[in-house]
Design a protein around this ligand. Structure first.
Ligand code: H79
Length: 623
């Protein structure tokens, strides 16, 4: 295209200082008519509405993802060149955000393209490294927020075609992935600091000199590029959107983009950041009105899983940055990374672990060492990770985690032991089913099982086979029977139902544990989210429930239903001041017979974004 040539000439001119500095890319961008015209040849795909998919159809489409558990995230782009330092100054924050954090004008950032020459890039090496680590898929930034594309796009000149390297970086990776049996996936930023028509203006962005950024033009541009990505690289496992939070990106646009991706590749998976439902860094979408196939906790692991049919993936860095930063040496130890993978698998999620390659195209040595170490663990124990489902237990009586897998005759449980019991005996509570066989993974020796339902004891070998996590494999014949963790009365006869002891059901709700703050149940913003405690009442009789909570004044008035034993009553949440002002209120008296029971709180109506922040319910016996 002519336009492309004009741009190249201009950017060269910019680089060599041939023109005045007020020439920016925004001024040479395609006029709207031309972009719209281009749109006709690819963005106009027969769109299907995919919102009516059944749960079974979705489970089928998600199967490879849900069995994989572990993937590699790659943040790579022009930002790897400054690597956190701009004009000799350290720029605070994550490496790929340098343009924003340093408020670097687009015209100053653009020349990075002219020197991006990753001659050491070896896609084969990256993919075999990921495979050795035990990863089943790779998500690479086809475009991050700076708008630069790691391939040569027909619809932009802000891409690999404009670099000295010239070549598409995604193609060789897609090919190596296919060869090694990994799924190739793209991270594609919705937010674009470079495009003249991105809808939120900032002084340093490429849209600043544009009088009227037009999101319709920008959406067409995005779709055209997604058309390239979803037709030129074979099967794409996931389209991983990000940067959806700005107000110029709407729910309707999200739905349209979701349907567009799946119209091109019906089996592809699209994360929840395509739409507007994500709730903060916790990353889950609470309400079913929003699209997106799975939730994306960022730099965090949820307290518990979300049950069958709710898919999620925690993405995380190995140090503190996604894109390469030369001075970031805050590396997580291998032990932490391996235990994170186990923790996530025990809750039914995936772990997407990041590397930020250098401008030359090398994965940092510290990252390679970590991937190799994870690989060594996975070589022995990956069977306890792949294809597993969340632990059936809501509490662990040992330091570690548990995953499970269906077998021909029942269930296999994998107990991950982080600490080796001092007396060599593993005590497994809350499991009623009798272990039919118990062995340490990788050995044949049958371990002795004693004890009784709900309190099994397994005689372990003399020492831990693995310092980071040894895996005990336990087979259960027939159906699995577990016992929930139950709260008992304290010495004074009170049943203290604390936030940290609750079973949280739902997509939004979570336990907040912060220093200098009371542990509380937080983010309770979905009517489907419930809180429950299993209890064991020793003394029958009347109890007085005391609720300790906070509720910002404007959010007051939501109604919740309490089910306490056999009593059910509604309660309207009163204001307490701010979310940090805790109050205790007395609820109607209830009566218990002795034995197992439950306390459930279920919202009935929601006034604003939060029902309440809940610290505890204390059941005091009434004399
Ligand atoms: O690509 C990596 C980062 O560059 C990108 N996501 C990962 C995978 C990213 N991390 N932080 N940010 C982007 C900044 C976004 C911050 C916020 Fe928000 C947007 C804070 C409030 C709005 C999104 C929504 C995060 C919390 C709520």
């Amino acid at each position: 295209m002519n336009q492309k040539i004009v741009f190249r000439a201009l950017s060269l001119a910019l680089l060599f200082g041939w023109s005045s500095s007020n020439v920016t890319l925004a001024q040479v961008a395609a006029p709207p008519e031309q972009v719209a015209e281009v749109a006709n040849d690819s963005a106009a795909v027969m769109m299907k509405d995919f919102s009516g998919e059944t749960a079974a159809e979705k489970a089928d489409r998600m199967k490879w993802f849900n069995d994989s558990r572990f993937g590699l995230f790659i943040h790579w782009g022009l930002y790897a060149q400054p690597a956190g330092v701009w004009k000799g100054e350290d720029v605070k924050g994550i490496g790929e955000w340098i343009q924003s954090n340093g408020k670097i004008p687009t015209k100053d950032y653009e020349p990075l393209m002219k020197i991006f020459n990753p001659v050491k890039y070896d896609a084969e090496q990256w993919v075999s490294l990921a495979k050795r680590a035990g990863m089943k898929y790779i998500v690479i930034t086809s475009k991050h927020h700076d708008g630069f594309c790691l391939y040569d796009s027909k619809y932009s000149d802000w891409d690999m075609g404009g670099t000295p390297y010239k070549k598409d970086l995604l193609k060789p990776l897609a090919e190596a992935c296919r060869k090694h049996g990994l799924k190739m996936c793209f991270y594609h930023s919705i937010l674009d600091w470079h495009h003249p028509h991105w809808g939120i203006k900032e002084e340093w962005q490429g849209n600043f000199t544009n009088e009227k950024p037009d999101m319709e033009i920008y959406r067409t541009y995005m779709k055209n590029q997604l058309h390239e990505l979803l037709t030129n690289y074979g099967d794409v496992g996931i389209v991983w959107f990000d940067g959806e939070w700005g107000d110029c990106w709407t729910h309707e646009m999200g739905i349209d983009l979701y349907n567009y991706c799946r119209s091109l590749q019906p089996n592809t998976i699209v994360n929840n950041r395509v739409d507007k439902g994500r709730r903060g860094y916790a990353g889950m979408t609470a309400s079913t009105e929003f699209l997106g196939d799975y939730g994306t906790p960022e730099q965090s692991i949820p307290q518990t899983g979300f049950g069958e049919g709710v898919f999620w993936e925690s993405c995380m860095t190995m140090n503190d940055t996604w894109g390469f930063k030369s001075k970031d040496e805050n590396w997580k130890p291998n032990e932490k990374l391996i235990r994170n993978l186990i923790d996530i698998a025990s809750k039914g999620g995936n772990f997407l672990l990041n590397v930020g390659p250098t401008a030359e195209g090398e994965i940092p040595a510290a990252s390679i060492e970590r991937l190799e170490a994870i690989g060594q663990w996975m070589e022995k124990y990956s069977e306890s990770i792949y294809g597993t489902r969340a632990s059936p237990l809501d509490r662990n009586s040992w330091d570690g985690r548990c995953t499970r897998k269906k077998t021909a005759s029942g269930t296999r449980l994998y107990f991950h032991l982080f600490e080796w019991p001092a007396d060599g005996v593993l005590n497994i509570k809350y499991l009623n089913s009798e272990p039919a066989a118990a062995t340490m993974m990788g050995t044949a020796e049958a371990l002795k099982v004693s004890g009784e339902p709900g309190d099994w004891k397994i005689q372990l070998p003399a020492s831990a086979p693995d310092k980071i996590a040894s895996v005990l494999q336990v087979d259960i014949a027939g159906s699995l029977d577990v016992e929930p963790y139950r709260i008992q009365a304290d010495e004074s006869g009170k049943l203290v139902l604390a936030a940290g002891e609750a079973v949280l059901k739902g997509r939004s709700i979570r336990l907040e544990k912060k220093k200098n703050k009371l542990d509380n149940i937080n983010q309770w913003s979905d009517l489907g989210d419930r809180v429950l405690w299993n209890i064991n009442v020793a003394k029958a009789g009347k109890y007085r429930p005391m609720l300790k909570y906070s509720c910002e004044d404007q959010a007051a008035g939501s109604v919740v239903e309490f089910q306490i034993g056999k009593s059910t009553f509604s309660h309207t949440v009163a204001k307490t001041g701010t979310w940090a002002d805790w109050k205790t209120v007395q609820l109607p008296e209830v009566e218990f017979v002795a034995g197992k029971s439950q306390v459930v709180i279920q919202p009935k109506s929601l006034v604003k974004t939060g029902i309440m922040n809940l610290v505890s319910v204390v059941l005091e016996p009434v004399e």
